[in-house]
Each structure stands twice: as C-alpha cells, then as structure tokens.
Design a protein around this ligand. Structure first.
Ligand code: N01
Length: 545
C-alpha cells in the first residue's frame, strides 16, 4: 500500500488497520452512520474523542442543558421498537436524559464494539495510488479505509476568547462545551459567566438558583423566548407513541424539520391588532413556534421583521423589574431571529434576584482575567469559578482541527480559507470518497438536527451501496457542481435577512474568520429533494470511477 507523501509511514511502524469506512464522531450522526454501514455489510471503525457516545450531548453537560426541540421529534425514527420502548419524560428533555437515550441506542444496537473512544483523529490524507484514506489519531493509531465520513458536529470546536491573564486565574474555569463529568457544587460560590448566547441562557437560569453570587458578563443581548417545557403525562406518552408516523411526516415537510412551520401569510397584511394577537398566540406555544411558526416574511423582510422585533423587546421589558437592567437585556443591534433564538424557562427573572448582577461589556469591556476574577475597565469582579459560555468555531472549526488532505496534498483548511465550497454540503471537489455529514452548506445545519442527520446518513449509505453495486472505487464532486451549489447556497442566504447580523451562522463570532454563510437556508424539504434528484440521476455532479 502506497502512503501519501504527507503522511510518511515511520520505519518500523505498525501496519494500519483496514476498514471499508472510517467514521469520525460517535454523536447522533456517527452512531446512525455506523448502524447503516454495518447493515450494508461494510467493516467500519468509528473514532470518538469523548470517553462515551453522544457528541454534543456528551460534552455539553453544563447545568440547564436541554433540548430546544420537542423530545419526540429528536429521537431516531428508524426503529419502531426503539420508538415504542423509550419514554421521554418531558416535552423538552434535559441533557442527562438525552445522553442516557444515546447510550441506550448504542447498547441496543451493539454499536460500541466498532467505536474507539478517547481517540481523536488528528490527520487524514487521501492516498491517490491506493484510492483510500489514511487516518492517524492522537493516540498514535493508524487506519485506512476506502471511505471517510465526518460526523464531527456543527458546534463542537469550543471557542474561548484570548483574554489577557486567562491562565492566571486561580480557581476552576470551564468552557460550557467541555464541562467536567464530575458534578460541581456551586452552592455559596461566586460564579462569573461570560457570554449570553443560547448556552449561557440555559446555564444562567439554572445556576442562579444555587450560587452565592452570579456575575453575568454580557456583550450582546439576545431575543430569548419561553420554552414552555412540561412533563409528559402517561396519556400524552401513549398519544405520542401512537402518532410517530405523523410526527415524522410533519417534520419531513416543514422548513426546519420541526413540528412548527412558517405561516405563508405576511406579517404586514393584517391589522396591528390581528398581528399582535397572533404573536401572543405564538408566544404561548412551546418551542420554536415563535421562530419557525411565525410569518415567513419575518425572516425575509425587515419591515415585517420589525413588528416581531418590537413585540419581543416589550416582552423582555415586562419581565425585568429594574428598567435600567431591562434595557441592557433588550437587543438593539440586530433584528429578531437573525441569530439562533435562545429558548428559556425563567431567564429574565434571574436578573430580578438579589444574587445576580449583569455587567454590560459595551460600557465596561473586559480588560483581563486576574488571579481573583474578571477585571473590566472599571472594576474587578471576584469569582470562585469562571464559566466561558463563549460559543464555538462553528461548522468549519471542527474540520480545521484535523489535518485533512485530498488530491495533490491540498489541505481542506486551505481550500476553505475564504469560506467553505461544497457540493450539497456532503462533498468537496478534490477530496474523493470523503463525505461530510452535517457539513457546511448542508441542509442539516439549519434543521432539527436528527431529522436531517437521518436524511444525510441514508443518502450517504445509498451512495455507497450504489458504488459497491457498480464496482466504483471512487466518487468525487466535480468543480462545476461545487461552484453551482456554493453559488446557490449564497443566493438563498441573500434572500433572507441573516447575512447582516454578526452571528456564528456567518463565522462572525471568531476573530479573523472569513465571513461566509456556513449553512443552508433553503429549507430541508428543498434540500432533500435536491439530494434525491442527484441520486436518481446516477449521482449527477459527481465523478464516479
Ligand atoms: O454560543 P454563542 P452558545 N467577550 O456563540 C459571547 C446551540 N445550542 O454556546 O454575541 C465577551 O451563541 C458572545 O457575545 P457576542 C445553538 O445553536 C443549542 O451560547 O459575540 N463576550 C455570546 O454572548 C447556539 O446558537 C442548544 O457579542 C464574548 C456568547 O459569548 C449554539 O449552540 C443549547 C466574547 C457566545 O454565544 C451556540 O450557543 C445551547 C468576548 N470576547 C446552545 N466572545 C439546544 O438546542 C464571545 N462572547 C439545547
């Protein structure tokens, strides 16, 4: 077996383990991909950096972490037995329950035997002569496979800003996405939380109840909306189990794979009274009804959007006792819905507590982290614990952590330096036999993720079945197909109001990251249809050899 010039085999090194396919990641996507490839009769190795399964739900074990998707729309749909035996306890389940569920799936389908845990893939290069991928891990393992499938998540590369003095802090500090497994006791402690995104909103609400004192360092407030979670009673449990076919059918038909879907009416076509009544109805509903069940033009027309934006601003003001604090919590810099809407269960009321203080970093930016806490331009805030709820190098960040090299030794990092270029968000030209499940530009990025993960995994599995049946050794996206898809992704994004807001959707949260739309905003039905058409046409836009 020839080895790539970029990946020389050290003298005396052990021979690489050989598989038909290597999957990176044992989260929701990786587990299902393993299940399907095994069914196809392929030998598979999954590498997983965590010590257990779950991906996002393994790492993000911070207090308050829970679904924003209705639980029964989040589980796998492929096994009727699994659907019927699993009881979700709440409409929006907490992280421990979801992690238990994914462990249950791994056990039920005996998935663990093909997963190498606590092993991070550090490099993968395509061996042109042998037409296979050579993979190396941080534990020194080497493996090769015809197909390489990344299932590395959209929000899996934690980002901590480069605050001066960060290492000098003498207490414990954590990023929310690298939360320790051992339970932490915050009672009586002075906790500082930096960030107010969807993660911080869940965490702050939860820890405010226990801590001695909580200081929240906020740069940009968000439009948070009520989750309206509640337990699932036995009767509802039965109804849910009896209606899974309808639930999944509905999720297949809606824009973002949720039960909620955009209203085709315009926010501007009704009287103010009617519109407000509708907003109140949506506000009273659980989950993302307020975002994805809203008038469609709230996401495409700034004038329509402004009506909802003002509605939500007033909702925030109503809930915070101190009008000065309330005004700091009201976003003014971006329109409603152009950043991921955090769902909450008492977030704003946390600021009515005596033990919670909000520090507005626009007025007094963080100067440095000190041994004792966080120093802003006007004061030092003593902390026993600092929590970095500062987000992720989204979508492409996890790819950049692996040295991925395709034809001619080209690195994926270089290729995507000015923003990702993909075909269907599933392949990129010059990287044969590499499939990027939930990769950039993929319909699954703007979706109730397991619903679209299933579509991705099934599409990849069918593709490999086709290659095997026709004895093709290699599939690669053509540069033309990649150009067209990338242009389409950008064109669709330009038809929305998402591009002007500095969010992780466009890479704006990471200093120095090239601003580019990282997702696919055409909706999951359109995405699925395109993927199906490509497959029906014998994988049009790909070169099969
Ligand atoms: O990350 P974020 P997140 N100085 O990037 C602040 C998903 N999710 O982990 O906005 C000071 O949204 C930053 O401030 P600003 C969901 O898709 C899902 O909260 O850049 N502050 C912001 O407040 C979500 O969108 C679920 O001004 C700094 C925060 O850190 C995604 O994860 C639950 C800073 C980062 O917010 C990411 O959410 C939770 C600096 N230098 C999350 N740099 C569920 O579905 C950054 N910040 C259950």
């Amino acid at each position: 077996m020839a080895t790539s010039a970029h990946n020389p085999q050290p003298v005396g090194a052990q021979a690489a383990d050989q598989f038909d396919a290597i999957v990176i990641g044992a989260g929701v996507a990786g587990l299902y991909q393993l299940y399907r490839l095994r069914e196809l009769g392929l030998s598979v190795r999954v590498y997983e950096a965590g010590a257990g399964v779950g991906g996002t739900w393994y790492w993000n074990r911070y207090p308050g972490a829970r679904f924003d998707s209705e639980s029964y729309t989040y589980g796998y749909s492929f096994s009727e037995e699994l659907l019927q035996e699993w009881d979700w306890s709440e409409h929006f389940a907490g992280q421990p329950e979801t992690e238990r569920y994914l462990n249950h799936v791994a056990d039920k389908f005996d998935l663990r035997r093909d997963i190498r845990f606590s092993t991070r893939v550090s490099a993968a290069s395509y061996d042109e002569a042998a037409q296979c991928w050579q993979v190396r891990t941080d534990t020194g393992e080497r493996a090769q496979a015809q197909f390489l499938i990344t299932a590395i998540g959209v929000l899996s590369a934690p980002y901590i800003p480069d605050f001066a003095g960060r290492e000098s802090f003498t207490g414990p500090s954590f990023h929310t996405g690298q939360w320790p497994k051992e339970p932490l006791d915050f009672s009586g402690k002075r906790v500082g939380v930096i960030g107010t995104g969807a993660t911080a909103v869940q965490l702050i609400t939860e820890v405010a109840k226990d801590v001695g004192h909580l200081t929240v360092f906020q740069r940009t407030p968000n439009y948070c909306a009520p989750l309206r979670n509640r337990p699932i009673d036995p009767e509802t449990q039965q109804q849910i189990k009896a209606s899974y076919p309808e639930i999944f059918k509905r999720c297949r038909e809606t824009f973002a794979g949720f039960l909620h879907d955009f209203d085709t009416r315009s926010a501007l076509e009704m009287s103010e009274e009617e519109r407000l009544a509708r907003y109140e109805e949506l506000w009273a509903q659980p989950g993302f009804a307020k975002w994805f069940g809203n008038f469609g033009d709230t996401m495409s027309d700034l004038k329509a959007n402004a009506t909802m934006t003002e509605f939500v601003r007033n909702k925030i003001r109503e809930r915070v006792n101190d009008p000065v604090v309330a005004e700091k919590l009201v976003p003014k810099d971006h329109p409603w819905g152009t950043k991921r809407v955090p769902l909450e269960s008492g977030y704003y009321e946390a600021y009515n507590r005596d033990n919670v203080v909000l520090v507005d970093l626009n007025e007094t930016p963080i100067a440095r982290i000190t041994p004792k806490g966080v120093k802003t331009s006007d004061a030092e805030y003593a902390c026993d614990v600092i929590v970095y709820a500062t987000g992720f190098d989204a979508v492409t960040g996890a790819f950049n952590q692996i040295d991925i090299r395709g034809l001619g030794g080209q690195t994926l990092k270089d290729k995507w330096a000015d923003g990702p270029r993909t075909y269907l968000g599933l392949q990129t030209a010059g990287f044969p036999n590499l499939f990027t499940v939930v990769g950039p530009h993929n319909g699954a990025t703007f979706c109730n993720i397991p619903r679209c993960i299933e579509q991705n995994v099934e599409w990849v599995t069918d593709c490999l079945r086709h290659l095997r049946a026709h004895e093709y050794a290699q599939i690669v996206a053509t540069p033309e197909a990649e150009d067209d898809w990338t242009a389409h992704v950008n064109e669709v994004a330009e038809g929305t109001i998402l591009l002007d807001t500095p969010s992780w959707f466009v890479g704006a949260n990471i200093p120095g990251k090239k601003r580019a739309f990282l997702m696919y905003a055409g909706g999951s039905p359109a995405y699925r249809q395109k993927c199906d058409e490509v497959a029906e046409q014998g994988y049009a836009g790909f070169r099969l050899q």
